[in-house]
Write a protein that binds this ligand. Structure first.
Ligand SMILES: Cc1ncc(C[n+]2csc(CCOP(=O)(O)OP(=O)(O)O)c2C)c(N)n1
Ligand SMILES: [Mg+2]
Length: 579
């Protein structure tokens, strides 16, 4: 027998006969998957048996929704695809919210669901659900494996599709008999998808047009979205903005793509954006959208959106360009590649001097504002205290509601990949499980999960995982004894009829933490808040903090639904600081 060299041995290994479960495990190894988030059940028992034997790092969440949000948090921080396994039927349907969330926010996931055996598909077998049908509109792509010979190719394609172009979730539905059937495992193959060829490099002439538009512009602004983060283009964004002296506003999901303390940064735009960011979008003569999708929460009433501007839009997904806002300069490209080309072409910079003076004046006169009140805890103050306590370096995950907006406004992100929030879908219950994935993606990071008292109760079963793995996550409940954002809208738009939004008798969250074997601390005043934060961050382990904040506080400024960005309410002029 001739001796095989290493390459031949590797090749032989990838050609070996394996059952479907082992194929899946080998494929995950080949993809460099470090952690799987999942939950077992009948249809995936053979797979779980092989996971057990192979000693794969698998995190058993306490609900499949927890698994998929954890995978999203992991993907957001690591930039790598999050991997999920769930069983057929209810296991798979429990993933629906997370898949939609990942689809809306362009997060790369590869999700495996068990399915009943191929021989009984369509017979309403026990725990059968048409998962391919159900998840068709909420996945970037999905598959059902019908023959073991297809499995390696499908897994390879799934990872490719999830992570290239505009990232998104890909689901693979695997009937139980496929997990035990044997076939040849060849993972050393090229992906061949003629119908899927994302454009990643910008068109030279469109870039030229943008360069010319910039040089003629007097009031340009960059609207930077999460596309900048997906493309790892924060450095290029900064370089370009500085080179051309163009101010930058962020979408909610884009935060951290441009340093919050940079003089050219105007803040977050949209419904709860800063006065300056929104007025910049209203008054600009050139709007350069980089990797944002003109979500309605960002644009306000489209009839009043950027009415004086020529619009340029750089996006990897051509379907986004011109979808909501007429666009004069379309650039289909990866954000990094487009920015590099813009920097290289280095056109005559815009004369933005007068514009920047105007913007600085607005920043000084109309900063984010709240009325301090030391006897209670102002939620805005709480976020500022957390920001200071963590030197602005923490990974922050949130749920959805008022606390999310305050976190976005008052935690200043100076670096990318520190902010994990549910944007497009606005999923309550996202924050806590997402923190698990974020912490596993960056073990040395300080992770703070800022959640609402409402949303926390949608997924708090994942405290078990945090405690079991001793993840040093600080869980901050912004407890306003209300579904605060709903309460705010009812106060402002429904004559204070608080229909099912007030929850004065929330459970004792400190005792709940203790039930999970975790330290719980409570604060009701600013002084107590300072004290418990100090205690919590001194401990290298999980801590749950229950902050009873001012319950009637609202998020401002606000663009009411149907209004334009220039029609914000709750803007307070700060006269003293303008002198
Ligand atoms: C799963 C889900 N159900 C309902 C909503 C609608 N909703 C948006 S914000 C909000 C209130 C959230 O309350 P809480 O978690 O306490 O956060 P707060 O606004 O008080 O900070 C609700 C019900 C949602 N976003 N997600
Ligand atoms: Mg609340």
């Amino acid at each position: 027998m001739t001796r095989m060299n290493v390459e031949e041995q590797e090749k032989a290994k990838t050609k070996m006969k394996l059952n479907g479960s082992l194929m899946l495990i080998e494929a995950l190894k080949a993809e460099g998957v470090e952690v799987i988030f999942g939950y077992p059940g009948g249809a995936v028992l053979p797979l779980y048996d092989e996971l057990y034997k192979a000693g794969v790092f698998h995190v058993l969440t306490r609900h499949e929704q927890g698994a998929i949000h954890a995978a999203e948090g992991y993907a957001r921080i690591s930039g790598k695809p999050g991997v999920v396994i769930a069983t057929s039927g209810p296991g798979a349907t429990n993933l629906v919210t997370g898949l939609t969330d990942a689809m809306m926010d362009s997060l790369p996931l590869v999700v495996f669901t068990g399915q009943v055996a191929t021989s009984v598909i369509g017979s309403d077998a026990f725990q059968e659900a048409d998962v391919v049908g159900i998840t068709m509109p909420i996945t970037k792509h999905n598959y059902q494996v019908r023959d073991i010979s297809e499995l390696p190719r499908i897994i390879k394609e799934a990872f490719h599709i999830a992570t290239t172009g505009r990232p998104g979730p890909v689901l693979i539905d695997i009937p139980k008999d496929i997990t035990t059937a044997e076939g040849e495992f060849d993972y050393d193959q090229d992906v061949h998808l003629p119908g899927y060829q994302p454009t990643t490099q910008p068109n030279h002439w469109q870039i030229r047009r943008l360069v010319e538009a910039v040089s003629q512009s007097k009031r340009p602004v960059i609207l930077a979205g999460a596309g900048v983060l997906h493309a790892n283009a924060a450095d290029e964004l900064r370089q370009y903005a500085e080179q051309q002296r163009i101010p930058v506003v962020h979408t909610l999901l884009g935060l951290g793509g441009f340093p919050a303390d940079h003089p050219l940064f105007l803040g977050m735009a949209g419904m709860h954006g800063t006065y300056t960011a929104n007025m910049a979008l209203y008054e600009c003569d050139l709007l350069i959208n980089i990797g944002a999708r003109f979500d309605d929460r960002v644009t306000g009433n489209l009839n009043d959106f950027a009415p004086k501007a020529t619009v340029a839009h750089i996006d990897i997904d051509p379907a986004e360009i011109g979808k909501n806002v007429p666009t004069k300069i379309p650039i289909v490209s990866d954000a990094k590649a487009a920015l590099q080309e813009l920097i290289a072409q280095q056109g005559k910079p815009a004369d933005t001097a007068a514009w920047l003076v105007q913007l600085d004046e607005w920043k000084r006169r109309f900063p984010l504002y709240y009325e301090p009140e030391a006897g209670t805890i102002k939620p805005q103050k709480l976020i500022e205290m957390i920001y200071e306590m963590t030197n602005g370096e923490a990974i922050v995950t949130t749920d959805v509601g008022q606390h999310q907006m305050w976190a976005a406004q008052y935690y200043k992100f100076n670096r990318p990949h520190r902010w994990v929030t549910s944007g497009g879908l606005g999923t309550m219950g996202f924050g806590l499980p997402a923190a698990i994935g974020a912490q596993l993606a960056d073990r040395s990071a300080t992770v703070v999960s800022i959640v609402g008292d409402g949303g926390f109760q949608m997924t708090f079963q994942e405290l078990s995982v945090i405690q079991e793995l001793q993840l040093p996550i600080k869980i901050v409940i912004v407890n306003n004894q209300a579904l605060g954002m709903v309460r705010q809208w009812q106060e402002l738009f429904y004559d204070q009829r608080y229909s099912h939004s007030l929850i004065p008798n929330q459970p004792d969250f400190v005792k709940l933490a203790e039930a999970y074997g975790m330290l719980g601390l409570r604060a009701k005043t600013e002084a107590e808040a300072a004290d418990v934060l100090k205690q919590a961050f001194a401990i290298n382990g999980p801590v749950l903090l229950d902050f009873h904040v001012r319950a009637d506080e609202n998020v401002y400024p606000m663009v009411a639904p149907g209004k334009g960005l220039h029609q914000m309410v709750g803007v307070k002029a700060c006269e003293e600081s303008s002198q």
